[in-house]
Design a protein around this ligand. Sequence first.
Ligand SMILES: *Cc1c(COP(=O)(O)O)cnc(C)c1O
Length: 397
Amino acid sequence: MRPSERLDRIPPYLFAGLEKKIAEKKAAGIDVISLGIGDPDTPTPPVVVEALQSAVNDPGTHQYPSNRGRPEFREAIARFYDRRFGVTLDPDTEVIPAIGAKECIFNLNLAFLDPGTAALAADPGYPVYTGGPLLVGAEPVLMPLLPEGGFAPDLDAIPEADRERARLMFLNYPNNPTGAVAPDGLFERAVEFAGANDILMVHDASYTETTYDGYVAPSFLETPGSKDVGVEVFSLSKGYNMTGWRTAAIVGNAEALEHYWRLKTNIDSGNFDAVQLAAVAALDRADSAVREMSIVYKRRRDLVCDALGEIGVDVEPPRGTIYVWAPVPEGYDSASYCEHVLEESAVVVSPGSAFGPNGEGFFRISLTVADERLAEAVERLRSRGQHDRGGPDLSYP
Ligand SMILES: *Cc1c(COP(=O)(O)O)cnc(C)c1O
């Protein structure tokens, strides 16, 4: 059997390798704590589960859904955007449901890229921003996100040739994996850049509802002119503990949505109607559950950041997302450190290099495990790391 050349262009999915190693350890009876994958550990809010239960009792939800989405869902997204961001959306032309942000982002590549064109992708960044372009025969052009730049891309540094072939740009704030929030002025510059270079701006809003310390994340669509040049992909996965439900929406530029929809009608058959109705309950009635989750993650974030601080690793506590992004200790690169941690402490953390070349030198800790387990993981890193170096003075593993 021979897979397609396009499939051979992409590196193996980051977590596939990790999952295999974890399974091996677990099979050997080792108590592995995984801080690798960002997947909320607490249940979906009851108000959402109950809405699904009653929706699924109605046979009217059992047939093929419309790819355009139920009016109730599109209207709920519009209500939410108005209430939460002060952004007005036309539910008929500016909202379409997606089977998760991942589907949506991948399909945007298919809808807007051809061989010879490119997508501007954050490095480090969510793997689909680079895998997507490769799979459709186009190129990802990496935009470094550096600590000294507040993990924002330097748009002025993008070469003329790349501006010309780029059709898409992916931004994501609050940011996975760095935990950074959107620096002042970035969205404004992005709107200008997209307009000047005829690029569709795609803002991945997977973490706008998960923020700390009083920080309230904006929608990209709050930026003047944004709707002329861009779309936003709003996911319910992380903020509402709904990763398994596969529900998101693409909102913004109506022409872009029309192309996306035309593509989608050829690929999938929409979101389960009952899930769309449950998402309405989430958007309308789960604010308090979402706030509750941010309190939980903030507590865990502080636990991790304090522990790292104690062993000499300075990390700025992130103001959003479910991740802590930390530098690896001297003597390691990202991969060797993560392997070391798995071998010595049976703790899984993600190597920064898996998110792009500029992730090298970092590792990512996910906050999606119970407090006790997280505390245990941090303690293991501390104690076994000391043991490993053979002395209490070299306290960081
Ligand atoms: C988790 C994540 C996604 C995927 O979200 P789904 O809606 O579950 O597909 C997309 N983008 C980023 C940045 C993520 O962290």
